[in-house]
Design a protein around this ligand. Structure first.
Ligand code: MG
Ligand code: ZN
Length: 218
């Protein structure tokens, strides 16, 4: 019976996800679901990204966090609108669900928004099962995590439109095999764009920003 229940939950999520996508498309808002394990640098990437896109593109953020508002506070310094979903209220869930995104959208003026980032809960397992009405799924992987992550979490990486390989400024200090990462990625996510970058130094950010701008303008 448990399997039936899970199927119902996923079916309901899928239908709300389609609703969200329709609303966002109508208002020409590009939605980007950012996923990663904890500590990969999603929030820093978003800070730099939002700052760089401004003022040509107005960004909003829905930030999912299990227990704190730290990320939302950091992001609200860079954009007018941040809505935090505290998953504690829902029992400390380890992923975001479409019903909460739908609710959070009520806090935005979609007419004024060009791009909406959804910062998912740091987790490489279940966020892959929940569509959130987004246009783009972006995986962030930092080089400190090791090059075999895509092979260990293929479900997660296989759905990515883009993979941001963050913290490349640390490469001289690590035994990280970039060639091996790229071949793992090619195996599980052959269509994904790969952007090696450092949110800290700004290296490589331009290609990622250009890719976003193309998506937002298209
Ligand atoms: Mg964060
Ligand atoms: Zn979960």
């Amino acid at each position: 019976m448990e399997i039936k229940v899970l199927k119902d939950i996923l079916a309901a999520n899928e239908s709300i996800s389609r609703e969200i996508h329709a609303v966002l498309s109508k208002h020409k808002v590009l939605a980007v679901n950012m996923m990663s394990s904890p500590g990969s640098g999603k929030t820093t990437i978003l800070e730099k990204t939002i700052e760089s896109l401004s003022p040509e593109l107005a960004a909003g953020v829905i930030a999912g966090d299990v227990a704190t508002t730290r990320d939302a506070e950091r992001l609200s310094r860079h954009t007018a609108k941040v809505v935090q979903i505290d998953t504690d209220v829902f029992g400390g869930k380890c992923h975001l669900e479409a019903q909460w995104i739908k609710k959070a959208l009520q806090s935005f003026d979609l007419e004024e928004l060009d791009i909406l980032f959804i910062e998912n809960v740091g987790n490489l397992i279940c966020p892959s099962g929940y569509n959130l009405g987004e246009d783009l799924k972006v995986l962030v992987l930092s080089v400190t995590e090791g090059e075999d992550k895509p092979a260990k979490y293929p479900a997660m990486f296989s759905i990515a439109h883009a993979v941001l390989v963050n913290k490349i400024d640390l490469l001289p200090h690590l035994e990280f095999d970039m060639t091996s990462l790229l071949s793992h990625l090619k195996a599980v996510a052959p269509g994904a764009r790969v952007f090696p970058l450092s949110a800290r130094t700004g290296e490589g950010l331009v290609s990622w920003l250009d890719w976003l701008r193309t998506g937002a303008g298209g």
